[in-house]
Design a binder for this molecule. Sequence first.
Ligand code: FES
Length: 107
Amino acid sequence: MHIEKHPVLGRQLHKPVTIYFNDQPYQAYTQQSVAAALMANGIKKLGVSRKLVQSRGLFCSRGRCCSCYMTIDGEDHVRSCLTEVEEGMRIYPNMDDPEVRREIDED
Ligand code: FES
């Protein structure tokens, strides 16, 4: 559920955009964070924890806890609470460790 008009802050919804979560389209509004847009669409599970493989969701909502990591437009481990939605954004839950690329010295 989106808050259309807040009693103190006034009109809250800006331009509508379409985002894709697990390849399904959802409506969001510019200036919303990815996490807020997903919550407004009823999606609360943003991934699973690394060690115990338990559901993870929004926790601090200010970029401190890393609970909201998601894969956004092909980039792993993006904090969805700090990332604003964009038209056509592709979002996937964080289900695994990132692929770490490194160059190995061959001496
Ligand atoms: S919810 Fe804590 S960093 Fe995003």
